[in-house]
Design a protein around this ligand. Structure first.
Ligand SMILES: [Zn+2]
Length: 407
């Protein structure tokens, strides 16, 4: 391995040039070493265990691990990091992880949220010889962060997962345009290798408009989506509020469960500017008659009572019901999601309304044009080496060390 000296910054992608899930990138400068993200590979990805000397075994040699957001493919293996290495993430990500642990101890079992140092967007921190500025991003996980890492005058922008068709694209573009010269851009490239993701290119506003239309056209709506896609959940909340406003005497229920309510409370506490959920109704059996009378939109959680209710409505009054599927299409090809979406599809009651959390290929090219970085490394994609569609892209393999002169 190449030895670093004071005028060089070293970058190693430990995992992420051949995988979408489980990325981990290292930046080293003047003996300060930090890693960004340490997640789980996606279920379909075959990859060997990620073990890094000084990070997951042996005497600790890393000064910090930074997490961009709370999705499992970015934070899922954080529990393997040596306990004495400080970990950093947004306060919101920390609370979401704590809520999941409380709900189901299997989730994030090895992570102790009490050991997390909270990052605030816009507030620069110093880690040894490096300075890190967290930047609020736009992704399907709320409060996702990009990191501007400064090694002297050398500036690295690590995007984490992001997109430019969500609610906060303008805010994000405004922020990155103020960063000055970017020497190295380390960007996600999910859509470069996952073409079906490209099709989900509605804006989040368009998704909200389509969900609202379903709500007005159907008395009984069921929706399958991630519990932590707060932008999407905010869209549902806005649609329900609009409906209640228009049809004052007969508003609709937004039916959730106690776990979802606990996530809404975290969002209301942590994200007061961006999101407003308040209190909604958790489903209980005594509500059946009122639900039928007033109508509703209900989040379906697998293997629960909601699933039985969905089957009942699809059988008894399909013409007044619909199922909105609002996740990546790859997930509905097998198992329970296939079973449920097939039921709705067979009755012509399935509506697929989704927007990817990942930047489209064209937006990524435009992003590179706007930033005009000196060098680009693509991670969070399959077979980085096969793609060279981005300007200034450098080929890199997992575990390979690249060195850059800082002055
Ligand atoms: Zn993500």
């Amino acid at each position: 391995m190449v030895q670093s000296n004071d005028n060089h910054v070293k970058v190693i992608v430990h995992r992420g040039t051949k995988n979408i899930g489980g990325c981990c990138t290292e930046v080293e400068y003047k003996n300060t070493r930090l890693a960004i993200d340490f997640g789980s590979p996606l279920p379909e990805e075959k990859t060997s265990k990620l073990d890094i000397s000084g990070l997951t075994n042996g005497k600790s040699e890393f000064d910090a691990v930074l997490f961009t957001h709370y999705h499992g493919d970015h934070v899922g293996e954080a529990g393997k990091i040596n306990a004495d290495i400080p970990i950093y993430m947004s306060g919101f990500a920390k609370d979401i992880i704590a809520a999941y642990k409380k709900h189901n101890w299997h989730c994030f079992a090895e992570i102790d949220p009490n050991m997390v140092t909270e990052l605030k967007a816009g507030k620069e921190i110093e880690i040894g010889a490096l300075r890190v500025l967290p930047i609020l991003s736009d992704h399907s996980a709320a409060e996702s962060l990009m990191f501007l890492i400064k090694a002297g005058n050398f500036q690295i922008l690590h995007t984490g997962d992001f997109r430019l068709h969500g609610r906060y694209r303008e805010e994000l573009l405004d922020s990155v345009k103020k960063l000055g010269k970017i020497d190295l851009l380390i960007t996600e490239g999910t859509t470069l290798s996952r073409k079906e993701e490209e099709k989900d290119n509605y804006t989040e506003e368009r998704v909200e408009a389509e969900i609202k239309r379903c709500l007005y056209e159907n008395d009984y709506c069921f929706i399958i989506l991630s519990s932590t896609n707060f932008d999407r959940l905010q869209g549902i909340k806005n649609s329900v509020n609009a409906y209640r406003h228009d049809k004052k005497t007969k508003g609709k229920y937004f039916l959730i469960d106690n776990f979802q309510q606990s996530l809404f409370e975290i969002a209301d506490k942590r994200l007061p500017e961006r999101y407003k959920f308040g209190k909604e109704v958790s489903y209980r059996s005594g509500l059946d008659e009122k639900m039928k009378d007033r109508g509703f939109i209900m989040l379906i959680r697998m293997g629960k009572k909601q699933e039985d209710i969905f089957r009942k409505y699809m059988k008894e009054c399909p013409e007044r019901s619909c199922l909105i599927y609002s996740m990546w299409s790859g997930y509905m090809k097998t198992g329970k999601l296939k079973e449920l979406t097939d039921i709705a599809h067979d009755r012509n009651r399935l509506r697929i309304i989704h927007s990817s959390g990942h930047v489209t290929v064209q937006d990524l090219k435009d992003f590179v044009d706007v930033l005009a970085p000196e060098h680009v490394i693509v991670i969070h994609t399959k077979d980085t080496e096969k793609f060279d569609c981005l300007k200034k892209q450098i080929p890199i393999k997992d575990g390979e060390a690249l060195e850059f002169q800082t002055c």
